[in-house]
Design a protein around this ligand. Structure first.
Ligand code: ATP
Length: 381
């Protein structure tokens, strides 16, 4: 079994920290019936960052968000905002606002009244509220619907109002709990761009919760991948995609082939030599290997060429299925050890080749794309 030491969190030292979670545990229930929803979670989130908590249902994302908002309290650990412990502050005294999944708008009020509601509660004067509401309407491009009731606008427009309302008091941190999940696919894509724009324009730290890996990759400066109450990896989207720390992260983010191999001699300067079904390829690891033996190698479906004749370092495979999916062709192949491998080839007018099931081919792995994985595989719950 391969043992990899955990890589350090990416450098955030040059930017000021906004939110720090330090050794957070959250246990629900009492007596013998308790459940550990957060297990020793520590995260640093910097100012002006679009930071995403990503993980399967039940992994603890909302629980972490609720602790930061002050809607519930950690069993152990601390949350700092700009270096200060916020435990004594009730939710309304924290410079933190939340956009909920269901928006929670007041349907009997107009768009403008909804946006100004929180400011009124905070004691802002009428002229200041009017000024701020106008700014917010402009920011979310809703000026023309200011007087419309929120029961009479579309889902995407309701989402904009919820954002404007949450941004109006100029919070230092905005928490967003799956805010796009109620929208259809096309609107969701549009709102992803919109959210990113709002974050860049306002410079507010966004902490965004989703279980949608594509959404997380598209929008985030950094992502924390969570499972079973633990943070498994924190990194920029490309780091998480290209260098997942373990099999769970590799499987959760994008499509993956995870092959079993054996280390074939000492590592070279350009990576580790790994024997996969009799072919020795080079695989990379960002962490030191502390134990040798059988290893797991991650190869993304788009990181191979499919050849009609063998070449150096190519892995023999047999085509089982070939499916045209518009921009790509997906091939399902079987390797000599019986394992299944998925390849994805980009289509072009020149590449029209259709291979019959049973055709012998060879897979050439793109340089620097095979990665050694550590850790045990944990099933999604
Ligand atoms: P989803 O994506 O489905 O919203 P999540 O990652 O946000 O999931 P949480 O809502 O944080 O997950 O829940 C984490 C775990 O804690 C789940 O197993 C859930 O059942 C449990 N849990 C949440 N709230 C409570 C509660 N009040 N009492 C007991 N268990 C709870």
């Amino acid at each position: 079994m391969l043992a990899l030491s955990q890589p350090a969190q990416p450098q955030t030292a040059n930017r000021r920290l906004a939110v720090q979670a330090i050794g957070l545990n959250k246990r629900y229930g009492t007596g013998t019936s308790t459940f550990l929803a957060l297990d020793d979670v520590s995260i640093d989130i910097t100012e002006n960052e679009f930071f995403t908590l990503l993980g399967p249902s039940g992994c603890g994302k909302t629980t972490l968000l609720r602790l930061i908002a002050g809607f519930s309290f950690p069993t152990e650990g601390q949350i700092l905002l700009h270096g200060k412990d916020i435990a004594p502050l009730p939710p309304f005294k924290r410079p933190i606002n939340t956009v909920f999944q269901n928006y929670a708008l007041f349907t009997h009020m107009s768009v403008a009244e909804n946006i100004g509601f929180g400011l009124k509660m905070l004691g802002w004067t009428k002229p200041l509220i009017a000024e701020r509401v106008a700014e917010m309407l402009k920011l979310v491009r809703m000026e023309s619907l200011a007087d419309r009731r929120t029961s009479e606008i579309s889902g995407g427009q309701q989402q904009r109002v919820a954002l404007a309302r949450a941004l109006a008091p100029q919070p230092q941190v905005l928490l967003l709990d799956e805010p796009l999940s109620a929208l259809d696919y096309k609107l969701r894509k549009e709102m992803q761009v919109e959210l990113k724009r709002l974050q860049t324009e306002t410079g507010i730290t966004f902490i965004f919760v989703t279980h949608d890996q594509e959404e997380a990759l598209a929008m985030s400066d950094r992502i924390a991948v969570m499972n079973r109450g633990r943070v498994l990896q924190v990194g920029r989207p490309k780091e998480i995609y290209n260098a997942p720390v373990d099999r769970f992260v590799a499987d959760f983010i994008g499509e993956s082939n995870i092959l079993h191999g054996r280390l074939a001699g000492p590592a070279g300067a350009d990576g580790h030599r790994v024997d996969i079904t009799g072919t020795v390829i080079t695989a990379y690891s960002s962490a030191a290997i502390t134990d040798a033996g059988s290893v797991q190698v991650l190869i993304r479906p788009e990181h191979v060429d499919v050849l009609d004749a063998p070449s150096a370092d190519s892995i023999p495979a047999v085509i089982e299925d070939e499916v045209f999916v518009g921009t790509d062709t997906r091939l399902q192949l079987r390797l000599n050890d019986g394992s299944i491998f998925t390849a994805r080839l980009t289509n072009s007018p020149e590449r029209e080749k259709v291979r019959a099931p049973g055709t012998q081919v060879w897979l050439r792995i793109h340089g620097h794309s095979a990665r050694l994985l550590g850790g045990e595989y944990v099933e999604h719950r």
